[in-house]
Design a protein around this ligand. Structure first.
Ligand code: KE4
Length: 428
């Protein structure tokens, strides 16, 4: 594959952008080589500046559930832009997006729109602390909830990819307010509550972990967390920034039948533009300013372009068969990979919930981050590079998720599986 222009841009990027990127996982540190530079995307295919085409299973890390440049989304944003990009006063689209979110996630009665998943989780935690009057929070090893200070403790995604246990720059006094437990370990979380229940404001969890690869909750685990938090007056926050509209149309809370106290969202609800959101019962949400005293604000929160993109995306995704097509595409891919792994004798563990999934080079099972971390990351890197050379762009880290969209067709899947069969044979 030609890469002259990408290489030139990479040199320029490294002069002015830290590590050449604006988000660490994009730097391909875990898989070697340098990232290509995107020029355009259309449907399931992304084209780089040298004209190379890739079937895209990263989809901007989840938002593009309809694929790149979906016409209705492009048109909606264009129409909104022609009327003005931001007003900083209420607009109707914010109401309609909140209504759509509430319709799909009935645990939510009121919404607050923000600009990223990080803002959503950071704000939801502040609300939980304000609502309960308690300081401690609990998160789970390998879960990633964005880069707010108190959440960069034993986090997944880029920290797992780069082997950063917890980020420097966070005061010890602050980090001590974050307790951590392994995912799927009820004994550990119960011990934390035995010791600290009276001062735990909330649990925040990815109900389906998507930032350590994809790890599924074991049967009864989420319900047990629901019961535990209810018993001790702590809030249960489902971070569905990634799993929302992917684990099921109504998120993991719909798939597993759990009603969290607060839900955080992002990615899909912005359709590729910067949007985050958090929501829950009015009795909790009304503690937020300007109704209540818990403060949170944002210049571009609910801006017309992002709400237009999000509304257009959810409008299409809620059409009959649309969501199901994203899940079916990943199911076909997973089954094909499973056959190839058996043919070649390569031990793999595949996980999937809806349209998000992961191929671990590990014989499985994988129930938590410690087990995921034993995956053969060198073999994953070789797989990634082999697939990239064959026009398939997967997550550039073993500790990330892959995604499908309504735009991934049988032809894309066949091409992906043909490439995978060739690469697996090289890995054997
Ligand atoms: P953002 O601030 O990146 O919009 O969202 C943070 C976030 C919160 N919660 C969950 C469950 C998330 O997955 C994320 C962000 N996901 C990563 C991918 N694993 C974003 C990619 C990146 O960091 O560049």
């Amino acid at each position: 594959m030609k890469s002259d222009i990408s290489e030139k841009l990479w040199r320029e990027a490294n002069q002015v952008l830290v590590g050449g990127v604006n988000s660490p996982v994009r730097a391909f540190k875990a898989v070697g080589g340098n990232p290509f530079f995107a020029a355009s995307g259309r449907g399931a295919v992304i084209t780089d500046v040298d004209g190379n085409e890739y079937i895209d299973y990263v989809l901007s890390w989840g938002p593009l559930v309809l694929g790149h440049a979906y016409p209705a989304v492009v048109e909606a944003v264009r129409r909104a832009l022609e009327k003005g990009s931001s007003f900083g006063i209420p607009t109707e689209a914010e109401i309609r997006l909140a209504e759509r979110i509430i319709q799909l996630m009935p645990s939510i009665e009121k919404v607050r729109l923000v600009n990223s998943g990080t803002e959503a989780t950071m704000s939801a935690i502040r609300l939980a602390r304000g609502y309960t009057g308690r300081d401690l929070i609990v998160k789970f090893e390998g879960c990633y909830h964005g880069h707010a200070d108190g959440l960069l403790v034993k986090a997944g995604s880029g920290l797992a990819t780069l082997g950063i246990p917890s980020s420097p720059g966070i005061p010890a006094a602050y980090a001590q307010c974050t307790l951590t437990a392994p995912f799927n370990d009820l004994e550990a979380i119960r011990a934390i509550f035995d010791a600290h229940a009276a001062n735990i404001a909330c649990i925040i969890i990815e109900p389906v972990v998507g930032n350590a690869g994809v790890i599924l909750p074991e049967p009864g685990y989420l319900q047990a967390l629901r019961d535990l938090t209810k018993r001790h007056g702590a809030l249960l926050i489902f971070d569905e920034v990634m799993s929302g509209f992917r684990a099921a149309l109504g998120g993991a809370q719909q798939r597993y039948g759990i009603t969290p106290d607060l839900t955080t969202l992002g990615k899909v609800i912005g359709g590729g533009l910067p949007v985050g959101a958090y929501g829950g019962p009015a009795a909790i949400m009304d503690h937020l300013a300007p109704v209540g005293p818990v403060y949170q604000a944002g210049t571009l929160a609910g801006n017309p372009l992002a709400t237009a993109a999000g509304l257009a995306t959810l409008e299409v995704l809620t059409q009959p068969g649309a969501y199901e097509s994203t899940e079916n595409a990943l199911t076909q891919l997973r089954k094909g990979i499973a056959d190839i792994a058996i043919e070649t004798g390569i031990p793999v563990c595949q996980t999937q919930v809806g349209s998000m999934g992961c191929l671990f080079f590990h014989e499985g099972p994988i129930r938590n981050y410690a087990e995921a971390a034993k995956s053969d990351t060198a073999r994953y890197a070789r797989f990634f590079q082999g697939m990239l050379e064959r026009g398939v762009y997967l997550a550039p880290s073993q500790f990330e998720a892959c995604f499908t969209s309504t735009a991934h067709t049988a032809k894309h899947l066949d091409q992906t599986l043909t490439a995978a069969r060739e690469v697996f044979r090289q890995l054997a």
